[in-house]
Ligand binder design. Structure first.
Ligand SMILES: *[C@@H]1O[C@H](CO)[C@@H](O)[C@H](O)[C@H]1NC(C)=O
Ligand SMILES: *[C@@H]1O[C@H](CO)[C@@H](O)[C@H](O)[C@H]1NC(C)=O
Ligand SMILES: *[C@@H]1O[C@H](CO)[C@@H](O)[C@H](O)[C@H]1NC(C)=O
Length: 351
């Protein structure tokens, strides 16, 4: 088994090994030469070179900021809450808004003038990834942005700004949700057309709401090879099934090229426990101190496979090797919850 594996080295193994080599303080001559199991195409070799260079060049800034990137159809119902959250920290954040349906009306000065050029977004289609890439591209223009958080119009913060800033900034990983689901809603969506670059064993699933470090955002900009595979072969009505690129492209890409560089859970909480087609959406009467307390005290990430076995994987959320609560943000909240959330946020700033 082990032997067979050694001959199945793909682009991923080469990347991991070359990163390990960088940290080896041994003489060069003991490093073996790895021969991939198949001849790489020009595109794969190019991707390998670019990704490797980006991964080995950490980026630093004297004034590191978090880019808050909002993906929304139109007006953001929680601007007042975000305004309160951002207040006093303007030098450590920047805001970007991609409104795909109508021009938003802004009530907070943090959001005024922050709309970027947008295009229509169709749920589950590549246009969703294109909008995420558009947000990343605009946010990367500011060299101080070091972490890039993707948020929706129904997302709210769970902690104060300092907590969120320290949590995201003092780690060198991206919080990208990622797990292997052998069931119909996971590998069942894989298309063999993705071969040879993406094998079914590479295919991963995860929530689209990420927080990404700058190096990883650059890799998303640079990647054309894997992006094109997902654009062509991971879409609704593909091979008689449905594939949703926003749930598979980034988890699969980063699992292949930098598995140790992602946390494997998202810092945005969502409640799927009702097992419906959509996650639970909170109404005004649901929003209590107890609810927020419950969500902020969760310290384990849970993944359930979509096959009949429904295998549950539970992992502690580890932050720099220490157990920490998993979540910084939560969704989905109805606009009617704004007043309750403002009240809780004002009265429990210690969250
Ligand atoms: C993150 O930094 C720690 C040391 O601070 C290092 O051991 C680890 O390899 C780094 N991880 C990545 C993915 O670069
Ligand atoms: C994420 O999962 C991958 C694949 O299972 C694993 O190699 C990696 O170590 C995990 N990341 C962290 C930070 O534990
Ligand atoms: C909070 O968690 C407790 C313990 O798990 C549970 O009994 C309670 O119903 C939860 N409350 C809310 C509002 O989610």
């Amino acid at each position: 088994m082990k032997k067979a594996r050694a001959w199945q080295l793909g682009i991923r193994d080469i990347l991991i090994m070359s990163r390990q080599q960088l940290t080896l303080k041994r003489p060069l001559w003991i490093i073996p030469i790895f021969v991939p199991s198949r001849e790489l195409s020009d595109e794969e070799t190019i991707a390998l070179v670019v990704i490797k260079e980006i991964l080995k060049s950490p980026v630093q800034s004297r004034n590191p900021k978090i880019a808050f990137m909002f993906l929304t159809p139109g007006t953001l119902p929680f601007e007042k809450l975000w305004d309160k959250f951002f207040n006093g920290h303007e030098d450590r954040l920047s805001v970007y808004v991609h409104a795909s349906r109508e021009k938003p009306v802004h009530v907070s000065h943090y959001f005024v003038g922050r709309d970027i050029r947008s295009e229509k977004v169709a749920w589950g289609k590549i246009s969703m990834i294109d909008a995420e890439k558009r947000l990343l591209a605009h946010a990367l223009l500011d060299p101080d942005n070091q972490q890039f958080v993707l948020l929706s119009d129904s997302c709210v913060p769970l902690h104060n700004f300092d907590y969120v800033y320290n949590y995201l900034m003092f780690t060198n990983i991206s919080y990208i949700d990622c797990f292997e689901d052998p069931g119909p809603h996971g590998n069942g969506r894989y298309s063999k057309h993705m071969m040879p670059e993406v094998e079914v064993t590479d295919f991963r699933k995860g929530s689209q709401w990420f927080s990404m470090k700058r190096q990883h955002a650059l890799i998303v900009m640079a990647d054309n090879l894997y992006y094109t595979k997902f654009k062509l072969y991971c879409k609704p009505n593909m091979d008689g099934g449905n594939c949703y690129a926003d749930e598979h492209y980034l988890p699969t890409l980063f699992n292949m090229i930098d598995p140790g560089g992602i946390a494997n859970w998202s810092v945005t909480h969502v409640d799927w426990s009702e097992e419906k087609w959509h996650p639970k959406a909170y109404r005004a009467q649901d929003v209590t101190y107890e609810l927020v307390k419950n969500i902020t005290s969760i310290d384990k990430s849970v993944h359930v496979t979509s096959n009949e076995k429904k295998i549950v994987t539970v992992k502690y959320c580890m932050w720099n090797g220490m157990m920490r609560p998993c979540y910084l943000f939560a969704r989905k909240f109805y606009p009617e919850t704004l007043d309750r959330l403002m009240f809780l946020f004002s009265n429990y700033a210690t969250f």
